[in-house]
Design a protein around this ligand. Structure first.
Ligand code: HC1
Ligand code: SF4
Length: 558
């Protein structure tokens, strides 16, 4: 293979698309703001400049490696250049680091520290915050934006939403919604993926922790909580545990110490969804319903995207509430028997769940079934705030009476999981061999588009599984052009909930590891089919009796 000499050391080219990948392979962490392996190359921040053998400067992210190249990554000139870029960025930046919600995770802060920036020689043009907190999901501070464009490319290329873009030119350049409207009046669907790639505090997840602390301190409130599948495989790494390992036991122990009265697992709600959704699917299929394919409805950013872009497809979206909302209906009903005011909190990997929880469809007498949604990131902060040493906790179990769940519910947190859970339910062969072969039917894997065919009786059903909204809209266009599908699973975040924007920052490999973590958690459960969850029977004969439609379903109207 061809070789590039990097800082005097030969490095073999092995399919790397740009010098930056090669340099990183050589173990050198070249700084970047605008390079993101999942997005297109923008080449604007200039932090990754390297010096070629003729003394010229090249941006490593946009230079393809060629055999015989000799480059240096760390010369006096490059160090000066990078410091200058950092100073210019800092001069254009609201620098309230100690009170910024990205304090400790900000790339600008990190690089300013690494490059030992001790002062900025230029006047600060954006010293004050400039906040748009109109969205229920994310908060924007224009004065913390460094114009790397990661959010724009995410929102446009990966999500096909186009809520934000570059506006104006030169020193007046900003990233803005159309006509600078608040984010809440833009096409934004709240997926939060822009915040997930933002290197600074310009786009951050909305913070609802203080409301939860307040409820926990309120003696008249009985506070219950549910934990989504994907949270357990993303939290541990923040506390030095292995990424992808199932930390549900420690999460439960931490929540109990914080004062939550009842702790449940959203996977139980997912079992309800499996039963309702497979029932609805078969009913529509057998009735020859024209509103087919059936689209899943558990992802609130997808529902929002459908409402804003394809309202004509709303009849195809399952009437099933998401697992979070189904479970919240049950938990709130149960809570009404208490003498204390029931308050329900959901810990989610997702920013759009904050929006879902606030929808009028899920309120009773103006009180939401889920009072507050906090993300994995917020839970991590709460654990740190309360001084709990996460790694010292002994794992504990969730509470009864709603404490039984199945592997089918657990795998909802990764793309393809909902489909696999539904297939487990629909399969007439309940043997272990059948269960294992369903795993090989094409629903697993982090690819953004997967297709499979499955037999139901003597019918061959066509199933599509998409994650990422660009993939979703491409599939919808194909369906509109006449391609036939019976069932479509949609998750707005690429890879499903494990990649939710409420999770700590992760590379694609780490997201895949989280997905694998959910499959191994599934392997460890002794009940793997939702219909075998013993709790289901008692719910249908109890709280849900005569109220299935009222408590578990919803009609999203155009
Ligand atoms: Fe998800 Fe779901 S899987 S949507 O990704 O259907 O957020 O984890 O809780 O509701 O169960 C999210 C995850 C989550 C719901 C379930
Ligand atoms: Fe675009 Fe999603 Fe960010 Fe909204 S939350 S601006 S849809 S990337």
């Amino acid at each position: 293979n061809e070789i590039v000499i990097i800082d005097g050391i030969p490095v073999e080219i092995n399919g790397e698309k740009n010098l930056l990948q090669l340099i990183r392979k050589a173990g050198i962490k070249l700084p970047t703001f605008c390079y993101h392996s999942e997005l297109s190359i923008y080449g604007a921040c200039r932090m990754c400049m390297v010096e070629n053998e003729w003394g010229g400067l090249d941006a490593a992210c946009s230079t393809p490696p060629k055999g015989g190249m000799k480059i240096r990554t760390n010369t006096q000139r490059l160090r000066k250049y990078r410091k200058m870029i950092l100073e210019l960025l800092l001069a254009n930046h609201c620098r309230d680091c100690t009170t910024c919600s990205n304090n400790g995770t900000c790339k600008l802060q990190d690089l300013a520290m690494k490059f030992n920036i001790e002062g900025v020689r230029f006047p600060n043009t954006k010293a004050e915050p400039n906040i748009d907190d109109s969205s229920l999901c994310i908060t924007r501070d224009q004065n913390k934006c460094i114009l790397c464009g990661d959010c724009v490319r995410m929102c446009n290329e990966v999500q096909n939403v186009g809520a934000i873009d570059f506006a104006h030119r030169g020193s007046k350049m900003t990233i803005s919604t159309a006509f600078d409207r608040p984010l809440s009046s833009s096409p934004c669907v709240g997926c939060g993926q822009c915040a997930a790639v933002c290197p600074t505090g310009a786009l951050v997840v909305k913070n609802d922790k203080s409301k939860v602390w307040e409820a926990l301190d309120d003696k008249s409130a009985k506070v219950s909580v549910q934990i989504a599948p994907a949270v357990r495989v993303a939290i541990g790494k923040e506390f030095g545990l292995t990424g992808g390992d199932n930390a549900i036991g420690r999460i439960v122990a931490a929540l109990r110490r914080m004062g939550f009265d009842e702790i449940y697992d959203t996977s139980t709600g997912a079992d309800l969804t499996v039963l309702e959704e497979s029932g609805e699917f078969i009913k529509r299929l057998e009735a020859g319903d024209t509103d087919m394919p059936l689209f899943t409805s558990c992802c609130p950013a997808w529902v929002n995207y459908c409402e804003k872009n394809y309202p004509e497809l709303l009849p195809n979206v399952s009437t099933c509430r998401s697992p979070m909302q189904m479970f919240a209906s049950v938990i709130k009903e149960h809570g009404r028997t208490s003498s204390r005011r029931p308050v329900h909190v959901a810990v989610m990997p997702c920013t759009a769940k904050k929006f879902e929880a606030a929808r009028d469809e899920f309120k009773i007498e103006d009180i939401p079934n889920v009072d507050y949604v906090i993300t994995t990131q917020e839970l991590i902060q709460m654990i740190k705030e309360s001084g709990i040493v996460f790694t010292d906790l002994e794992p504990e179990a969730v509470d009864m009476p709603f404490g039984t769940m199945t592997g089918a519910g657990l795998i909802f947190g990764v793309t393809g999981g909902v489909t696999e859970a539904v297939l487990r339910r629909l399969s007439s062969d309940k043997s272990n061999t059948s269960l294992m072969s369903i795993a090989y039917q094409g629903a697993r894997g982090m690819e953004g588009v997967k297709e499979t065919t499955v037999m139901y009786g003597d019918r061959e059903l066509k199933v599509a599984i998409v994650s990422g909204l660009k993939n979703t809209s491409d599939l919808i266009e194909r369906i509109k052009a006449g391609e036939h599908y019976d069932f479509v699973e949609v998750m707005a975040c690429p890879g499903g909930c494990v990649s939710g924007a409420g999770q700590p920052f992760a590379s694609s490999e780490e997201k895949a590891t989280r997905g694998k973590g959910l499959y191994s958690a599934d392997r460890l459960t002794n009940i793997k089919r939702s219909e075998e969850n013993p709790l289901m029977m008692s719910l249908y004969n109890g709280i849900l009796k005569g109220r299935v439609h009222e408590l578990l379903h919803v009609h999203y109207a155009a």
